[in-house]
Ligand binder design. Sequence first.
Ligand SMILES: [Zn+2]
Length: 257
Amino acid sequence: MPEGDTILRAARRIDAALVGKPLVEIEAPHPRHALDRWRARLEGRAVRAVDTHGKHLFIRFEGDLTLHSHLRMTGAWGIYRRGERWRRSPRRAWLVLRTADHEVVQFDGPVLELMTDSRTRFDRRLAALGPDVLADELDERGFLARLRADDRTRGLGDALLDQRTLAGVGNAWKSEGCFLAAVDPWRRLGEVSDEEALAVVREIRPLMRASAEGERHAERWVFERAGRPCRRCGTPIRARGQGDDNRTTYWCPRCQA
Ligand SMILES: [Zn+2]
């Protein structure tokens, strides 16, 4: 699943491709959007800005209209020079924005909606999002307040995936952060100190921000390394589904004891 860093990186590339460049064509080929009249509503409008909050991406047009996207598990953004071959089938394209030089494509996008700017501010789901882990300055107090309002018996690893507590973290960075901060992801929130919770976030923020800048991250410490030796202590990495969604958590039982 794309996490916040992947979305922010896509947003920067979409921004470079679209902002200040006249759109020559808009297509929304998926039948679900056949009646949405996007082409008519967006025709002739320039893209003002592209921004993100956690895993949500917003393409803001002139005239108070914004396309809101969330890729969930399956979606992807493609940014191509005109004539370049797409990495997914055109049949899977839900949205194509064309300029003279570029094609910006959303593939397999389960959440794609055109809304007014004001609705992006008041929409209940969006307003409920926690502080953005990728923000220039993290709202640490906001994060902690939300974490402390959560169920005290919830495991830390599961709680970190809750986008209402902290927006942008997914399964990979959650596991990596708990390892780097040497905190057991199975500990209940009631047994995790503020400093420990902040330590996890402070470990992953610079890595996620570097990744958003296009830097390739170093090899993973624990994520998807079940059964392989810990890079620090040699103990086999463990993996088990955690939380209501049963997302797999990876951890070193020795370094994170
Ligand atoms: Zn270890």
